[in-house]
Design a binder for this molecule. Structure first.
Ligand code: PLP
Length: 393
């Protein structure tokens, strides 16, 4: 494995500080490296593997579609895109969908709707985004991402983007001008440290976007697809966006994302305004379609609620016995444990000494985003491994 890592370091552009592991395959919620070591996965490919690995029927759906048709351009229809689209609209109560290849591209589409809506309603172009947000790394998505660390070397970005304080309605209101066309936020901030929106904040934002005729974009790329304990996190708040973005767990690992529209956002984009060669191709849509079936048939969200609650209790217990833990936050199986110091050492030791795969969210927050199919005993197993790491560090 060491040789492979050295070779990889040589040839892959160094945009990540990678852990020194080469993974080979997965099964359920277990991962295996090329030397056959078994790992417990509480990382899920950054909240992508909602159904874990090798989930019953899912590989078959991919293989069957692989033998039929992989790709056909958006100048034609294909059956999987129709079926997947219909299922996605049904669970979200949205009206229209555009499929993309990633979350970032879903954000690009959402921002383009906002910009065009602004253009058509009096030359408005300003967008209010949130400090601490993450929406992706392309220039458009980066423009609405509120993290200076990612932005600083890439100015000038899209003009007219302003950043408000998350969960501070006044700070949003203060930024609204007659040029504002949209507000974009994550319903639960993920990369920024696992911060759920408060009910008052989201209700206030909704009221503001209605009053000022703004497009409300909710980014559900990480917190959506069941992770919060609802199909989409906004459903718990009863706040429906004009545009919603999804990706990550939608394809369980095949590259797919989408932006969905409702009401006034649904007839903004016209032929020629937006496109994608691969977006909505039959191969990925067949998988997403099967993912959506499995969510229903196997009561995945019910499991998130039950096991999420259990994990939360266990993490709260942990917080009571470790001085270095400040707070436990989140919803469902999107939980963060904030320490009073960086968690990099914990993550590294968990991976190498305990074979527990974890991830951070910002420097001091340990993020728990396991496959949505974990059981209570998997939680016990993970906590047991984690405690041994904490004892050591
Ligand atoms: C991961 C993520 C993105 C970017 O998605 P990609 O598929 O990596 O392009 C955007 N927004 C949020 C909230 C995310 O977690």
């Amino acid at each position: 494995m060491k040789d492979q890592v050295d070779f990889a370091e040589h040839l892959l552009l160094k945009t990540y500080n990678r852990y020194q592991v080469v993974f080979d395959h997965g099964d359920g919620i277990k991962l295996y490296d090329t030397e056959g070591n078994e790992y417990l996965d509480f990382f899920a490919g950054i909240a992508v593997q909602g159904l874990g690995y090798n989930y019953k029927g899912l590989n078959k759906a991919l293989k069957e579609q692989a033998d039929k048709l992989w790709h056909i351009s958006n100048y034609f229809y294909n059956e999987p895109v129709i079926v997947a689209g219909q299922k996605l609209l049904e669970i979200s109560d949205m009206e229209k969908v555009f499929f993309t290849n990633s979350g970032t591209e879903a954000i690009e589409g959402a921002v383009k709707i906002a910009k065009k809506y602004g253009t058509k309603t009096g030359g408005r172009y300003e967008i209010i985004a949130m400090e601490g947000s993450f929406h992706g790394r392309s220039l458009g998505a980066l423009s609405v991402t509120g993290n200076e660390h990612y932005r600083e070397d890439f100015y000038p970005l899209i003009p007219g983007i302003k950043f408000a304080k998350y969960n501070d309605l006044e700070s949003v209101k203060n930024l609204v001008t007659d040029k504002t066309c949209a507000i974009i936020l994550e319903t639960i901030q993920g990369e920024g440290g696992i911060h759920p929106a408060t009910k008052e904040f989201l209700e206030g934002i909704k009221k503001l976007t209605d009053e000022k005729d703004l497009i409300l974009i909710l980014d559900e790329i990480q917190c959506g697809m069941g992770r919060s304990g609802n199909f989409f996190a906004w459903q718990e708040y009863g706040i429906k966006p004009d545009v919603m973005t999804v990706a990550k767990a939608l394809g369980n690992g095949v590259p797919i994302g989408a932006f969905l529209t409702a009401g006034k956002a649904s007839d903004v984009l016209k032929p020629g305004d937006h496109g994608s060669t691969y977006g909505g191709n039959p191969l990925v849509c067949a998988v997403a379609s099967k993912v959506l079936d499995i969510f229903k048939e196997d009561s995945i969200i019910e499991n998130v609620r039950v096991v999420g609650k259990y994990l939360r209790e266990k993490l709260d217990e942990l917080a009571r016995s470790y001085q270095s833990i400040n707070e436990v936050r989140g919803k469902g199986l999107l939980l963060g444990v904030e320490f009073d110091k960086p968690v990099a050492d914990i993550i590294k030791s968990a991976l190498t000494d305990e074979r527990l795969v974890l991830i951070n969210a910002g420097s001091n927050v340990l993020r728990f985003i396991p496959p949505l199919i974990i059981s209570k005993s998997d939680v016990d197993d993970a906590l047991c491994r984690l405690k041994r790491v904490l004892e050591k560090i």
